[in-house]
Design a protein around this ligand. Sequence first.
Ligand code: ACO
Length: 323
Amino acid sequence: RIYSRIAGTGSYLPSKVLTNDDLSKIVDTSDEWIASRTGIRERHIAAEGETTVDLATHASQRALEAADVSADEIDLIVFGTTTPDLIFPSSACLLQQRLGIAGCGAFDVNAACSGFLYALSVADKFIRCGDAKTVLVVGSETLTRMVDWTERETCVLFGDGAGAVVLKADAETGILSTHLHADGAKKELLWNPVGVSVGFDEHAKNAGVRIRMTGSDVFKYAVKALDSVVEETLEANGLDRHDIDWLIPHQANLRIIEATAKRLDMPMERVVVTVDKHGNTSSGSVPLALDEAVRSGRVQRGQLLLLEAFGGGFTWGSALLRY
Ligand code: ACO
């Protein structure tokens, strides 16, 4: 049997930091409101001209280095993003060129904030069926480009960033299972309702490109969906909730993360939290949190990790893996 294992991780954050106090000068908000409702204290913002693929290139180079893999060994790139540089070519194709390689398959996956989990699941399947041996999996976003900086309900939540992993075929168990779900009927609770086919709004700011969200409904659905996918993952692997060493959740809101940790009866010391420093970086959030936990020495080889995410669509998913 062939499994896929994470051979190396990498991440990248733009250098500019925007604190809650900075935001309180732009909209009617406060550090106290944002921190107590979301756990967020600051977020990184891409510089003018700095794109999703720029962030992804840095993160990928770091992941390749950590895996001791050279770019020309990559035989597939799967790129989770909902903020691609261009409509086409895909960000995966642009990244391929930046890495100085050509020929391998490369494509994007858009599952909003679940983008990295979806990308990881697809990459795992390619390796398990023998079609690929070394896959670069990326989650990268410049979500702040979609933010309306006059709307305090949403602009305080998001940040920019990227993470990447190199997955390699291995005879040893790595990724044990992945579980993906979606419910398109809830699309209007969290969406950006303009595009090439339906059209843009030429009279609106940013041509109508703007995150729209009914926050309290998203919160409720997220907690419920994550509870159910966590249960599903444990059941599929015949595990007890106490078997998990680390929970590495999507970083949207500390209260959502705490609800999932409670469900797993997991102390917060075993939950990787970066939302305070990164805000919600959508597809970037899980691989950023994973890389931070690996590089700080918290996550060790052989430990059992549960990754999960929830996002627009709705989409949600999980991955259970032995690191
Ligand atoms: N600063 C100050 N006050 C604010 C702000 C702000 N930034 N934003 C909203 N308020 C006000 C509202 O106007 C409202 O005022 P009112 O009572 O006078 O009408 C009050 O605060 C409460 O607003 P609520 O929306 O009820 O606040 P809530 O406790 O639900 O928190 C939040 C809002 C943080 C958005 C929460 O609902 C949430 O986190 N939801 C999940 C959102 C999320 O995680 N989305 C992303 C997940 S999916 C993905 O990652 C894309």
